[in-house]
Design a protein around this ligand. Sequence first.
Ligand SMILES: Nc1ncnc2c1ncn2[C@@H]1O[C@H](COP(=O)(O)OP(=O)(O)O)[C@@H](O)[C@H]1O
Ligand SMILES: CC(C)(COP(=O)(O)O)[C@@H](O)C(=O)NCCC(=O)O
Length: 344
Amino acid sequence: MSAGRAVRREAAARWAGGPAPGAHRLGWAIVSHATKNGFSTPYVELDRPAWAALRAATPLSLTEQELDVLRGTADPTSLDEVRDIYLPLSRLLNLYVNATRQRHAAVRSFLGDADRPMPFLIGVAGSVAVGKSTAARLLRTLLAQWPDHPNVELVSTDNFLYPNAVLQERGIMNRKGFPESYDRRALVRFVSAMKAGAAQTELPVYSHLAYDIVPGAVQTVHRPDILIVEGINVLQPPSPGHLAVADFFDFSIYVDAKVEHIRSWYLDRFLELRRTRFEDPRSYFHAIATSVQDAEAREFAMNTWRTINEVNLVENIAPTRGRATLVLYKGADHRVQRVRLRKT
Ligand SMILES: Nc1ncnc2c1ncn2[C@@H]1O[C@H](COP(=O)(O)OP(=O)(O)O)[C@@H](O)[C@H]1O
Ligand SMILES: CC(C)(COP(=O)(O)O)[C@@H](O)C(=O)NCCC(=O)O
């Protein structure tokens, strides 16, 4: 069989939810050491039961009420999901944090440098409406429960979007979320200051309600043990000769799903927001709640998805997936079906 055919067969088997050819069983767990073009890759792919078993003894200490606060609009993430997917991830990240601290201590001792706290940086990437914010908020809560790193801060990259006035002036208001709509230098300056141990940093604040940067508002980030940076663009490669935010990550996560599922999640969420947040007269989309028919609102959402968010997903976001340390593959019901971990 040609390498191309083998790859296509593997991809088809993956989407069908079955094991990839070459996968083998470890006890009852299917573990696939992924291959591409006939070469082995640095990834291992685990199905849900295999991944869930890696939780080991990590306790589930989150209640239904606490989870309710962390969930995004129209996101059905359940306590089962926390137990099976996020507790093993929290355990793995705790191991990473401790190993990274030891590595930093070794380098400091080699250089004869003084002990200096350095936060562990995690990037969370993926499409608009894939559920990154829920994943990032859950991780923040779970990671803060470990005794060694109680202070976990979360920053969304939408805080680094240019204000609407700037996007309009540059004629890129319909490119919100594309790389050029962010102040990427400010974002890199921020993570680099955090990594260098800055005690406190202030950031602009983006409001989804206003659909804009809030003039004069600031988010203050105090020196964290762990900093999670969440946003569609966080795994973007740097332009030649520059650094990108991903260069500062110690671990990165890409939340993935089929385009048709994300499209329907976006649409459902938009219609749910129309019944709730858009009713607020301060909402940028207030007129969609009050002055247009259902069919027109649906058409508006589909058009926004098709012409902005889906184009951005295909052109800029999905191509960064290979850079992530870990990929969470969600099925149509938002539940993670498979996990791909980069081993090296
Ligand atoms: N127009 C909007 N009005 C209010 N909240 C919104 C709006 N669009 C998105 N949100 C909320 O903002 C958060 C981030 O959404 P998004 O950037 O699409 O990423 P994700 O769905 O991957 O978390 C979500 O919790 C979502 O519910
Ligand atoms: C603000 C966003 C780009 C998301 O950015 P992120 O929080 O992931 O950095 C997105 O929610 C958005 O507004 N997209 C533009 C098209 C739309 O209105 O959906």
